[in-house]
Each structure stands twice: as C-alpha cells, then as structure tokens.
Design a protein around this ligand. Structure first.
Ligand SMILES: Nc1ncnc2c1ncn2[C@@H]1O[C@H](COP(=O)(O)OP(=O)(O)OP(=O)(O)O)[C@@H](O)[C@H]1O
Ligand SMILES: [Mg+2]
Length: 239
C-alpha cells in the first residue's frame, strides 16, 4: 500500500556545478504526508527528482521501501505543476497510456483508467481531449494518471500552483481524501506555507544555497495553528 522513503546523505550537483543540495538525511515513513516547503531554487524539485529517479545523487542515496532508487518506477507516481498530457489523446487515453509499461491487458488498462478518473471525479470527462478540459480538470487527469498505476509513493511538485484559488482548494480537499483512502506516502512540494499546513502532517523547510533542511515540524490535525505558521514563516525569511 505504501513505502517508506529515505534520503541517506543525499547530495546533488548538476553537471560539473557546485552542489545544490547539501548532504541530507530524511525519513518519510510509509503512509505519511509531508510538505517540502522553501523559496525558489532551494532544491525542492531536486529532492523530488532524486526520489522519482530522474535526478542522480552525487553522494548518498535514496531508498524506497529499503530498495535503492536508481531510475523511475511505477511504485513512485509523479504529478508536476504542468500536467504534460498528450493533447491528441483523450483523458482516458492519457491515463491508459501511462499504464502501458505495467504489462496489463487492454481491458485491464481501460478498467483501471476509468476507475482512476472516477476516483478524481472526472468520469464524465473521460472521452474529452485536454483542450476541452479546464486547468483543474487537466490536473485531475494528471492525478488519475499517477494513481491508476497504484503507486505506493506519490510525488507532487507544485501540482496546484497554476490553478485559481477555488479550484486549488477543491484539489487540496480531493488529495486529502485520496490520501486518507489509499494511505499512500506523499511528498508534496510547494512554496505556499498555507497549502503546506492545510495538506500535510509534517512540514520540512528547505533553504539556503546549497539547499539544506532548515526546519522540520509535525503539523497537528485540526484547523491551522497561527503560532506554527508564524514559526515556519521565520524559517522562510531567514537566509
Ligand atoms: N537541470 C539542471 N541543471 C543545472 N542546474 C539545475 C538544474 N535543475 C536545477 N538546477 C539548479 O539547482 C538549484 C535547485 O533547483 P530546484 O529546481 O531543485 O529548486 P526548487 O526549490 O524546486 O525551485 P522552484 O521553487 O523555483 O521550483 C537551482 O540553483 C537551480 O538553478
Ligand atoms: Mg521546483
């Protein structure tokens, strides 16, 4: 159902450049929902990319369920800010396409894709093309695409950043509901402190150059706590 993710002394540099992430140790327990928060350029996407298997560590490693991550894998689903749907495929076609590498039969792919679209509330839009769908609907397709493979870890990089406030809060509710139902381990990148507090059970603040962990706070359930918000905000403004 879900896997523990670990960063063990993870450091990343791109090409011959200086490291953009200092050696970092973090454990994300199976089934936890963590927000990675921090200013632009602090290495949030880099961390997520390393967990996804797109970005190679220069030192240390990432494990997913104790297995070292070497490349992308279907047990780690990814949702980006830009939905990256194929415009020439319907919503259903986009989700089905993502299931191809799982070795399922065509009817199985169809069944799973329809179920995932239903899960995100888009059963009605299954036969529509991305251009016929609103931004929020397109992001639902992207979420369905990630969920259809039944990932044990869900990696989301500012997935709601391009949405208007109302659609965004609806998507946040949907994500919380999906997480409660599925128990998937979620790593959610955002630079929005309120989004982090609304969604996650833990907020890890990254910052600095090279990036490092500045703070790591559990978020108690219930309405957002103004003093916790203020505390986290101090980490975001301190260089
Ligand atoms: N492919 C790349 N090649 C070279 N440098 C990169 C590459 N990707 C990221 N970087 C650099 O690594 C650092 C961290 O980038 P990263 O994208 O992880 O930041 P971020 O926290 O996700 O920022 P944002 O909030 O703007 O998305 C930045 O200095 C960036 O310029
Ligand atoms: Mg980023």
């Amino acid at each position: 159902m879900s896997l523990e993710v670990r960063l063990e002394g993870l450091s990343v540099g791109y090409g011959a450049g200086a490291p953009v992430l200092e050696p970092t140790d973090l454990v994300f327990p199976a089934g936890s929902f963590t927000a990675l928060l921090g200013p632009s350029g602090c290495g949030k996407s880099t961390v997520l990319g390393a967990v996804a298997g797109f970005v190679r560590p220069t030192a240390g490693r990432v494990t997913s369920g104790s297995v070292p991550v070497r490349e992308p894998g279907p047990e780690r689903g990814v949702v980006f800010q830009h939905y990256a749907l194929f415009p020439w495929r319907t919503a259903l076609g986009n989700v089905e396409f993502a299931l191809k590498r799982l070795g399922l039969s065509r009817p199985e792919r169809r069944e799973r894709a329809l179920a995932a679209l239903e899960e995100v509330g888009l059963a009605d839009g299954a036969r529509k093309y991305p251009a016929q769908l609103s931004g929020g609907m397109q992001q639902r397709v992207a979420l369905a695409r990630a969920l259809a493979a039944e990932p044990e870890v869900l990696l989301m990089d500012e997935p709601f950043g391009a949405l208007d406030a109302l659609t965004r809060s609806r998507m946040q509710e949907l994500l919380r509901e999906l997480w409660r139902r599925r128990g998937t381990t979620v790593l959610f990148v955002t630079h929005d402190i309120d989004e982090a507090l609304a969604l996650a059970g833990r907020v890890v603040v990254l910052g600095g150059t090279p990036g490092r962990v500045l703070a790591d706070h559990p978020v108690p359930p219930g309405p957002p706590d103004p003093s916790l918000r203020a505390l986290i905000a101090t980490h975001l403004t301190t260089p």
